[in-house]
Design a protein around this ligand. Structure first.
Ligand code: ARG
Length: 481
């Protein structure tokens, strides 16, 4: 039986590639994913070839019909991909030409080099739009969880040590902000993805009078104002993968953000924090320990960040030593790009679904947020209001904290158990500053430990105050609707 060889080998080559060479060099096992874009690009190219007289009307129609039929077969899973034909482009072209003789004219003034650049850009353009939708869903899920628990306070942490009280919603909205920047980066990247490389040929364009603008318009390569976007240097166009790197970089940062969110959820779901409960459907059990309910979705969201970062580094490394222009190394871009897109999409979607299946344990949050130590900075501010320089106030309040630690009834071991700061007496407070203590600490000093009042005061833009958090929740609700 005659072996099928890719069309690129006919004429010049005496025989087929060695079997292991074919296996080593093929890409159809992964680039078949570009079939829709490949067909879309071919239809636009054929339309243009007819306009410049390379194809007759009849030939163009036959080609488009043929491509449509192939498209339906692929969508129905009935198309037979052949490894011997190397890649998605050759597979589709070979099948088309088998059915429609004019298919042999389709590759006029086109190379796989500009074809693959086109397909990738078209593919990524759609992918970005879908991903942006998934990110918005995650943002909405965060806002919803914040709204449902709008009155819940938790400690805010620095160094994973309790710092100052914040609304639970404020903590969630921090992620909404991060995700918004991710969206901005993806949109910005989109403007460079959305540029048409077709017509660049293998490296040097074509001597044919191609209508590049027409093809670009047919394929939607226009900016927001409707201006056609064409690559401006044929050599750059076939070797440029910046758009893929940019996407992978934006996606890596998105993955890092989601990983941090996952980490917070994992901590909060632990018995030690106990701030949240993740619904059974979003947790998994242990094969050994019957009591376990593990936050595996969050852990995998965190874990998958590794490969997304790895994909970015792989792409950069792939490009760094490449001479101009297209080199086969570039075939290695696809799996990294596909994997990144797939991974961040799935992760974003799962995180959004999980957020909607989280219950906040109010009692544990109240208990943690009521730690008066969270408000010692407010006590320093109290002294500042009385005219004390902040550095000195910091020192005096430090003394107050030390005093509280040392007071209280002795425990069984004999050491003092410590006294909550808000239980100190006025005299004890005043003793922290022997010189001016009695003057600066008044009866109202202990009122700083009232959480509700404290939260009502923090209303700078971006602060976790009662009014400001409500304003931010409303702002995001509106923006995301
Ligand atoms: N499969 C190839 C890739 O993904 C298509 C381009 C091949 N071009 C070439 N000159 N061999 O990069």
């Amino acid at each position: 039986m005659k072996k099928i060889s890719p069309i690129s080998r006919s004429g010049r080559f005496a025989g087929s590639p060695a079997a292991d060479v074919a296996q080593f060099t093929e890409s159809v096992s992964f680039d078949w994913r570009l079939w829709r874009q490949d067909i879309q690009g071919s239809i636009a190219h054929a339309t243009m070839l007819q306009k410049i007289g390379v194809l007759t009307q009849k030939e163009m129609r036959a080609i488009i019909r043929g491509l449509d039929a192939i498209s339906r077969e692929i969508a129905a899973g009935k198309f037979k991909w052949r490894t011997e034909l190397e890649d998605v482009h050759m597979n589709i072209e070979a099948e088309l030409t088998k059915r429609v003789p004019a298919g042999a004219k389709l590759h006029t003034a086109r190379s796989r080099n500009d074809q693959v650049a086109l397909d990738l850009r078209l593919w990524l353009r759609d992918e970005i739009v879908t991903l942006l939708g998934e990110i918005a869903d995650l943002q909405r899920a965060l806002v919803s969880l914040g709204e449902k628990n709008a009155d819940v306070l938790i400690p805010g942490y620095t160094h994973l040590q309790r710092a100052q009280p914040v609304y639970f919603a404020h903590h969630l909205l921090a992620y909404v902000e991060m995700l918004e920047r991710d969206c901005e980066r993806l949109w910005d990247c989109q403007s460079r993805v959305n540029v048409c490389p077709l017509g660049s040929g293998a490296i040097a364009g074509s001597a044919q009078p191609l209508k590049r603008e027409l093809v670009a318009k047919l394929l939607g390569f226009v900016d927001a104002s409707g201006k056609v976007q064409l690559t401006q240097n044929s050599m750059d166009a076939v070797s440029d993968r910046d758009f893929a790197v940019e996407f992978c970089a934006a996606a890596a940062l998105l993955a890092v953000h989601i990983s941090r969110l996952a980490e917070d959820l994992i901590l909060w779901a632990s018995a030690e924090f106990n701030f949240i409960r993740i619904a059974d459907a979003y947790t998994t059990g242990s094969s050994l320990m019957p009591q376990k309910k593990n936050p595996d979705v969050a852990e995998l969201a965190r874990g998958k960040t590794g490969r997304v970062i790895g994909n970015l580094v792989a792409l950069l490394t792939l490009l760094k030593g490449l001479p101009m222009t297209y080199n086969r190394d570039l075939q290695e871009d696809k799996e990294r790009l596909f994997d990144t897109a797939h991974t961040v999409r799935a992760t974003t979607r799962l995180m959004a679904a999980m957020m909607l299946n989280i219950k906040v344990n109010r009692a544990a949050c109240v208990a943690a947020a009521s730690d008066p130590a969270l408000l010692v900075t407010d006590l320093a501010d109290y002294l500042v209001k009385k005219g004390m320089p902040f550095r000195r106030a910091h020192h005096v309040v430090g003394k107050v904290v030390a005093l509280a630690e040392k007071s209280g009834p002795p425990s069984r071991s004999g050491a003092k158990a410590g006294k909550p700061l808000n239980r100190l007496t006025l005299a004890e407070l005043q003793s922290a500053d022997p010189v001016t203590g009695t003057k600066i600490f008044g009866r109202d000093a202990l009122a700083v430990f009232d959480l509700k009042t404290a939260m009502a005061k923090r209303n700078l833009t971006g602060a976790p105050g009662t009014k400001e958090v409500a304003r931010q929740l409303a702002r995001w609700r509106e923006r995301l609707s």
